[in-house]
Design a protein around this ligand. Sequence first.
Ligand SMILES: *Cc1c(COP(=O)(O)O)cnc(C)c1O
Length: 232
Amino acid sequence: MSILESYQRIRSEIPSNVKIIAAAKTRTVEEVKELIDAGITDIGENYVQEAEEMIRLLGPETAKKVNWHMIGHLQKNKINKAIPIFDTIQTVDSLTLAQDIDERVEKTGKKYLSILLEINIGSEFSKDGIMPDEHIDFEDFMEKLVIDVARLTHIHLNGLMTMGPRFDDPEKPRPFFRRTKKLFDRLKKLQLERVDMQYLSMGMSNSYHVAIEEGANLVRIGTAIFGARDKQ
Ligand SMILES: *Cc1c(COP(=O)(O)O)cnc(C)c1O
């Protein structure tokens, strides 16, 4: 199946309120261009430098047709470069990182940057994100964190992102997605300035069906659109 066909098939089988983010790592500019022409609205990149290169190769006219999401871990020394490139940083996993972003957004003169908080819902040491197991009452901890982030005037908090543990069986991540959704719903109830919990980013090629059933409205898909990645 072509990239266009794969995208259109997935688009037609999921609810219209769910946004697809094409995870573009290792893909060529031609592949990404094909997808933008097919009408995709959101692209995810794992590295600031690769995003920069992709946008340069696409050209400003094409690049600005879509929203750019940082879905890889953001290193402190890349924040300045990331600010003009990305519409949303999905991978903020500490108050310190949020503060660093806030401070730098202010300096660039940009009004604000949209972020999601990344939850490492399986508390896996191999992954980034805030780990439930590191907090006695995780939900309380998250509520406090959201209140602290809300004080940062150059950040808008727009939701949560999680990877969740990877299984071959697509049913296995369900309880992890469910727990993330429960947290999301609780945080949504906080009425805070600059906080609008509208996005729950979870689900990838092998898990997006289940993630959507559990409440995801952003899914990050690579392989199921572009085909298998070359091993690197
Ligand atoms: C690569 C990647 C995806 C997509 O993975 P696929 O299995 O190829 O769909 C989603 N989210 C993140 C953070 C990724 O790095």
